[in-house]
Write a protein that binds this ligand. Structure first.
Ligand SMILES: Nc1ncnc2c1ncn2[C@@H]1O[C@H](COP(=O)(O)OP(=O)(O)OP(=O)(O)O)[C@@H](O)[C@H]1O
Ligand SMILES: [Mg+2]
Length: 254
């Protein structure tokens, strides 16, 4: 079982889009996949859920200990989701004084780990308590970077936080993948940025670069993954290739 957090404290870089479509791609490869929406914005949840689903059981109730993790799980086409809700936006303060407040997610997910091959966590765009919970609960971190100017700006802060979590809370954690997304091949700048990212992270950068593709931006309003919404799009091809690369890389390491 693999647990992976998709992270970057910078907003709008493609974390949620990557969590959904890597997850859907791995599900198509035959793996059992759970997507965990750890962002109070609940973008992953709204991007996928059928409007008839009701959400009184969300990750918020799970973290609070009101319900068991499996009671919050809903299934999409071929994979499962643990939805978020706006209630989670108060969590940073609400849980601030709890003992072992960084362990809440790890403890909640432990009962589910036997049911899945991959648990993918979509992090919020900050380095607060929820992100610390993600880093404590996983073995692997994928950093999602937009192929734009300033892609690496602020990254040293993220690396510091990961290092602190590794020392104090979760010695097993490692940055095992860098996803470059929103790539526009017509812009020389985008190519330069990807070169720069490769210089910085070396072979941790996935070979598959996710192109800027309008279908990826449209799919959420139809509550669909890219494979359901536009299976012939560049977006579908790129995320299929990335999911296969993730699977193959991890077979090698296994
Ligand atoms: N490869 C892409 N091509 C075109 N649009 C994209 C692509 N990836 C993401 N988008 C769009 O860019 C916006 C930001 O993407 P997304 O929500 O995945 O980022 P995020 O990092 O999760 O944002 P936040 O930090 O707010 O959680 C969304 O409107 C999404 O549909
Ligand atoms: Mg997001």
């Amino acid at each position: 079982m693999k647990t992976i957090a998709f992270t970057n404290q910078k907003g709008g870089v493609g974390k949620t889009t990557s969590t959904i479509n890597v997850g859907a791609g791995l599900a198509q490869e035959g793996f059992k996949v759970l997507l965990v929406d750890l962002d109070p914005q609940a973008n992953l949840t709204y991007s996928l859920r059928l409007s008839s689903n009701r959400l009184e059981n969300s990750i918020y109730e799970v973290l609070k200990g009101d319900i068991q993790a499996d009671e919050a799980v809903i299934s999409h086409n071929g994979f499962d989701i643990m939805p978020s809700s706006i209630d989670l936006s108060g969590a940073e303060m609400e849980f601030a004084n709890e003992p072992a407040r960084e362990m809440l997610l790890k403890n909640s997910l432990s009962s589910l780990s036997k049911d899945y091959d991959y648990i993918l966590i979509d992090c919020p765009p900050n380095l607060g308590l929820l992100t610390l919970n993600a880093f404590t609960a996983v073995k692997e971190i994928f950093i999602v970077l937009q192929s734009e100017y300033l892609a690496l700006h602020g990254l040293s802060k993220l690396m510091d936080v990961i290092q602190i979590v590794k020392e104090r809370l979760n010695p097993d954690i490692e940055i095992s993948g860098i996803i470059c997304t929103l790539f526009d091949g017509r812009k020389n700048l985008n190519k330069e940025v990807v070169d720069h990212i490769q210089d910085y992270f070396g072979d941790k950068v996935f070979d598959t670069i996710i192109r800027d593709n309008v279908a990826l931006a449209e799919a959420p309003s139809h509550h669909k993954t890219i494979f359901e919404y536009a299976p012939d799009s560049h977006g579908a091809k790129d995320y299929k290739a990335l999911a296969q690369e993730i699977r193959n890389g991890q077979l090698q390491h296994a």
